[in-house]
Design a protein around this ligand. Structure first.
Ligand code: 13P
Ligand code: SF4
Length: 307
């Protein structure tokens, strides 16, 4: 793979020259994840890293809402994304105007939004959450506001999966992840028949019947920890394809089997466009200052919650 090796060296040299770091999500391809990512992780870990990272430039190897989150937390830094078209079906399912209408319909209830949202949605939010901390955030908000119901948007399946784990009532929205909603219980039944004994791990953005049929549900980082800790002989990761490729090398005794779906948005990020991004300092992600200040309060509240 000489072309990739040359690109990786070029990118690593450009990072030094530009005083840049690359924040890479767990769904990046292995050449990015292992070759050039300075910090790798799930949405929560990357948001926390963006808040404290010591560099002038952040390159977000992920999707647009992640780059906006980094900018919201580090307004003094230049935040770049290698392809502006790297979107997300959840982020595009709702706008700030929609959230204002929901608030009018349910006055007095705390608004919790998944980090997979645009900055204008975060600006209408009381506190953000990720798939790693959604139950904790819902219970914290209900207690803090003294209510028995909260608004948790825009992922309908995440909302239902959280509702199954708490007594707090949830008002949801009909947004979906186009990658996770495509898995079916038939996929799981087929895998269990083909690979008896395989453990099935699913992401909470999947429909609830998938999580009921799975052995474990958790964020991308939680799935990785589960595999590293339990070392199952065979495992099915009901999530994006790159996850298994990225961790295979660390757990050689584990066999990864079964279906995966590709996120077309995550896959827009390549070694080539990361190199161009650093070479030409493109494409800068900015957030209007007033919106950024309001959105920052919601993201920071999440980061400040006790672990
Ligand atoms: P996490 O990495 O937070 O589990 O999120 C998955 C995802 O779909 C990000 O777009
Ligand atoms: Fe959005 Fe789903 Fe892709 Fe994550 S995997 S970026 S939630 S479309």
């Amino acid at each position: 793979w000489p072309v990739q090796a040359a690109l990786i060296s070029e990118i690593n040299a450009l990072k030094k020259e530009r005083n840049a770091v690359i924040l890479a999500h767990n769904y990046m391809t292995p050449d990015i994840f292992h070759g050039v990512g300075d910090f790798v992780g799930d949405s929560l870990a990357l948001a926390k890293e963006a808040a404290k990272v010591d560099a002038k430039v952040i390159v977000q190897a992920g999707v647009h809402f992640m780059a906006e989150t980094s900018k919201i937390l580090s307004p003094e830094k230049t935040v770049l994304i290698p392809d502006l078209r790297a979107g997300c079906s959840l982020a595009s399912s709702i706008t700030g105007a929609d959230v204002r209408l929901i608030k009018e319909r349910h006055p007095g209830l705390p608004v919790i939004t998944y980090v997979n949202t645009t900055a204008d949605v975060k600006a209408e939010t009381d506190i953000c959450c990720t798939s790693a901390n959604a139950v904790q955030v819902v219970e914290w908000a209900a207690k803090e506001w003294g209510v028995d119901k909260v608004i948790l948007i825009p992922d309908e399946y995440l909302a239902r999966n959280v509702a199954a784990q708490t007594s707090v009532g949830i008002i949801a929205w009909a947004g979906h992840c186009e990658v996770h909603k495509r898995f079916t219980t038939q996929d799981i039944a087929d895998m269990r028949a083909a690979w008896p004994g395989a453990e099935v791990l699913a992401h909470p953005e999947c429909p609830e019947e998938i999580l009921q049929a799975a052995d474990f549900a958790g964020s991308t980082a939680a799935m990785i920890s589960y595999v590293e800790k339990n070392r199952p002989k065979k495992v099915v990761l009901i999530t994006e394809c790159s996850m298994a490729s990225n961790i295979k090398g660390d757990v050689p005794e584990v066999e990864f089997v079964g279906p995966c779906n590709m996120c077309p948005h995550m896959k827009r990020i390549t070694l080539e466009n990361i190199r161009d991004c650093l070479l030409h300092m493109q494409f800068e992600v900015t957030v209007e200052p007033e919106m950024q200040e309001k959105a920052r309060a919601a993201v920071q509240r999440m980061i400040d919650l006790p672990p």
